[in-house]
Design a protein around this ligand. Structure first.
Ligand SMILES: C[S@@+](CC[C@H](N)C(=O)[O-])C[C@H]1O[C@@H](n2cnc3c(N)ncnc32)[C@H](O)[C@@H]1O
Length: 227
């Protein structure tokens, strides 16, 4: 029997498919490209804020460590269902001398808002999820929105970053190919439509605060819980 070819899309980093260090740090090949513009786009929304932020699907944890240093007034909590990712996030925080916050084991397709480790954080200033909802089943997008509506503080933000589809608008060729490749790897994966996300957020009482075009056909989409 022939083994299935490995996926071309990385949902899970490990020393087998990503650069790594002996202390458990994993290196995302796109971190260096994504981090500076995402940080710059988040500054107007998060600089000077206080409270706790939950990052869902932190991957290697490089973003979480960088954001924790960039926003010292915020307690930045990484989370991921993958133990190797959580170990990497912890190791990156130690390496960069970012505040160490034990990454939370969290599957966004489940009732994560009820987890004791999440409830202990109190009402959240923001929930951020980067590059997760297209490489996970739709239940994960629904879970992130529903859970965030429950855990966000009044005026809190739910923030998504990644590639999206726009109803009635042509898709950039790179994103169309990416979407087709994701769906070929897993029929439950694929770029999500902004309109679908917006309607879902509205059903949970969250309103669109901003939609920011980012490099490489990505977007930063921010929803707000009413004050
Ligand atoms: C493409 S990686 C993105 C990692 C990181 N956010 C970044 O932008 O570099 C997708 C991440 O989604 C996480 N993920 C997959 N399914 C998930 C789920 N059900 N709940 C939460 N995170 C999930 C994976 O473990 C992985 O860390």
């Amino acid at each position: 029997m022939t083994a299935a070819p490995p996926s071309r899309h990385t949902a899970r980093y490990s020393p087998d498919n990503a650069a790594s260090a002996p202390d458990g740090r994993l290196f995302s090949p796109v971190f260096a490209r994504n981090f500076p513009p995402v940080l710059a786009a988040l500054v107007p929304w998060l600089a000077g804020c206080r409270g706790a932020v939950l990052e869902i699907g932190c991957g290697t944890g490089q973003h979480a460590a960088g954001f924790a240093l960039a926003f010292p007034g915020l307690a930045w909590w990484p989370s991921d269902p993958d133990g190797g990712h959580r170990a990497s996030a912890r190791a990156w925080a130690a390496e960069l001398r970012a505040p160490e916050r034990a990454p939370i084991a969290l599957d966004a397709g489940e009732d994560w808002a009820a987890l004791p480790g999440v409830r202990a954080l109190g009402p959240l200033r923001a929930v951020l999820s980067m590059n997760v909802i297209h490489i996970a089943p739709p239940a994960v997008m629904r879970g992130i929105v529903a859970g965030s509506a429950s855990v966000l503080a009044p005026d809190g933000l739910l923030i998504f970053y990644g590639p999206f589809l726009e109803e009635g608008q042509p898709t950039a060729p790179g994103n169309a190919a990416f979407d087709a490749g994701l769906r070929a790897d897993n029929p439950d994966w694929g770029l999500r439509e902004v309109g679908t996300l917006r309607r879902l957020a509205g059903e949970h009482g969250l309103t669109l605060a901003a939609q920011v075009a980012m490099p490489a056909n990505n977007q930063l989409i921010l929803f707000r819980k009413p004050a």
